[in-house]
Design a protein around this ligand. Structure first.
Ligand code: GDP
Length: 139
C-alpha cells in the first residue's frame, strides 16, 4: 500500500475539551505520523470555503458556526493507507453509529459536534492538505 498524506481536523469541541493529545495518540497507534500540525482560528470565509461541497445542505450554517466557535487543530497525517486509516480511526459521522473505540464513539456528543474531520478520498486529501499546509511545511 502506498504512503499517503491526509488531513485531520480536531474540531472546536475536541480542542475545547483538551483532547488533542488523546486523539493524536490514536492516529499514532495506527502507525500514522504527524507531518504537520497547527492550531488555528478559522474565519467564517475559510470555513465556508473548506466545506463548500455542503453549501446546499440544511446544516451548512450550523456547521460553519460550529467550526468558527473556537480554535481547531489541523493535522497532516502521513503513512501507508493514511486516508482509510484516518477514516477508520474517526468512526461514523453520527457518533451513535460509530464503532467501539473510535474517536467519535469515545468523545462525540452529536452528529454536528463530532470532534474530528478526515479527508474521504485521494482528491479530497490533496485539496484539504493543501488548504492548510504549504508543501514546505510537511516534514
Ligand atoms: P464526515 O466525512 O464523516 O465528516 O461527514 P460528512 O462529509 O457527511 O459531513 C461533514 C460534516 O458535516 C460532519 O462531520 C458534521 O460535522 C456535519 N454534519 C453532517 N450531517 C449533519 C447533520 O445532519 N447535522 C449537523 N448539524 N451537522 C451535520
Amino acid at each position: 500500500m502506498a504512503k499517503e498524506y491526509t488531513l485531520s481536523i480536531i474540531k472546536p469541541d475536541g480542542v475545547e475539551r483538551n483532547l488533542v493529545g488523546k486523539i493524536v495518540s490514536q492516529f499514532e497507534a495506527q502507525g500514522l505520523t504527524v507531518a504537520g500540525i497547527k492550531k488555528i482560528q478559522l474565519s467564517k470565509k475559510a470555513a465556508e470555503s473548506f466545506y463548500g461541497e455542503h453549501r446546499e445542505r440544511g446544516f451548512f450554517g450550523e456547521l460553519v458556526d460550529f467550526m468558527v466557535r473556537s480554535p481547531v487543530v489541523v493535522i497532516a497525517l502521513h503513512g501507508e493507507g493514511a486516508i482509510q486509516k484516518n477514516r477508520d480511526t474517526m468512526g461514523a459521522t453520527n457518533p451513535a453509529q460509530a464503532a467501539e473505540g473510535t474517536i467519535r464513539k469515545l468523545y462525540s456528543k452529536s452528529i454536528g459536534e463530532n470532534t474530528v474531520h478526515g479527508s474521504d478520498s485521494v482528491q479530497a486529501s490533496a485539496r484539504e492538505v493543501g488548504f492548510f499546509f504549504a508543501a514546505s511545511e510537511l516534514v
